[in-house]
Write a protein that binds this ligand. Sequence first.
Ligand code: G4P
Length: 529
Amino acid sequence: MSFLKEIEKRRTFGIISHPDAGKTTLTEKLLLFGGAIQEAGAVKNNKIKKAATSDFMEIERQRGISVATSVLAFLYRDKKINILDTPGHKDFAEDTFRTLTAVDSVIVVIDVAKGVEEQTEKLVEVCRMRNIPMIVFINKLDREGRDAFDLLDEVEQKLGLTVTPLSFPIGMGYDFKGIYNLWEKNINLFKGESKKKIEDTIAFDDLESEELEKIIGEKAADTLRENLELVHGVYPEFDKEAYLAGQQQPVFFGSALNNFGVREMLDCFVDIAPSPRPKKAEERVVTAKEKEMTGFVFKIHANMDPKHRDRLAFVKIVSGTFERNKPYLHVRHNKNLKFSSPNAFFAEKKEIVDISYPGDIVGLHDTGNFKIGDTLTEGEVLHYKGIPSFSPEHFRYINNADPMRSKQLNKGIDQLMDEGVAQLFTLNLNGRKVIGTVGALQYEVIQYRLEHEYGAKCTYENFPAYKACWVDPQDPGNEEFSEFQRVKQKFLATDKRGQLVFLADSQFSLQMVQQKYPTVKLHFTSEFD
Ligand code: G4P
């Protein structure tokens, strides 16, 4: 198959949701359709329901064994679908943000009863900022939930989206009869009381037809007609270009658990979702069709087996073909590397692959060469953008609890930070190390991993910071900047990329700095133009 056809075939996306909305269930149903798994319950997702370290460790151990669940690939209607796993737990939000740099589109799952929840808001905001095409799936229609129009309103208002329903429920909860599919113009009916199976799919071009009454009853037929009239009156027609530009989001209703409304969405998804999109590097925009291979590391996964401390770096191929045993330039190290056993991912397995195409994810065994955000090319010096660090929410000093093993501790901290587990800030004044995290859970994870993987022990001590602000580099002669550095020296640190960071201790002191030193530019993410 030609290179261009291979690109066109690929759909690389992520499913995002607040925990419990049904992401795992939906993923599983998609894999069933793709024939990638045979039964439900086969996907061991990184579901972290309780914020307990023991759960996390257990899950990590499982993941160490079946790391392939980070990328689930299958074929459906001749398309190669790559689902990138995104943890829903808020303490792992950074991991999800980074994974979102590698997707070409997303599906947002919302619980029909709970509506838009906190994590959904945060994740959708990141996608909206990057104009990532989004499809919304409103789940659990077999349960009593909110009115469909109310929910659509909430999605528009809270998530700042412009929606257009491509399916519409007929009843809900106990009265749930089925779904009208505006995309294919047909009705799917639930079977009997159990509501577990699709009884029938009936083509329905003409909603005025009396057949409708016969099938779903007079009352439901009237309501459906009214609802659809409202849909047509209130919402814009589906516009593929607007969807692809991230300006319009189609909405589907269904029940992942009952496998209802899922196929409709998947069929529409493979028709409309984008194949690999162009990606911005600092130097230029790169398109998938370019012959030379480029790609970037968006995730690093540690192998949990302490005997083999190798890691797997996940690389998204942006352009060209990635070939086994071919040398590629590791841009940050300015060094050529060859990979004899790159992994490709299929459903739950990973296997060595000779060639991968744009949109694909390859897993490269790594002994410490890679950091998140690293770029591989065939020689061109490129730096892919869009993998910023956000300000952590928690800050603690990390202390060495076993002076005989400080080398191990430093190595461990270094590698865990490369993986993106947390952020390290080194105080300029005294060289002490401060770890910043999104959730408190990470501190326990770091402590556990330092001990079990590196044989090092650490303790923590509170560091009174409120926010990390990245400081725009300034000309050396700038007096205001020098004064800022002098007055705030206790709060200045350097991050892992060598950027200067101001660790503000309160909102008030941050505002004071902004007022007193207006030429000192502070940023709330590590990447800025
Ligand atoms: P998540 O990955 O987004 O966290 O959600 P997950 O799929 O694990 O679903 C969360 C819970 O919601 C699960 O129940 C799941 O069975 C249920 N669920 C998912 N889709 C539907 C649906 O369409 N209808 C209904 N009624 N429930 C749905 P659980 O009891 O927490 O877990 P389990 O023991 O069933 O696995």
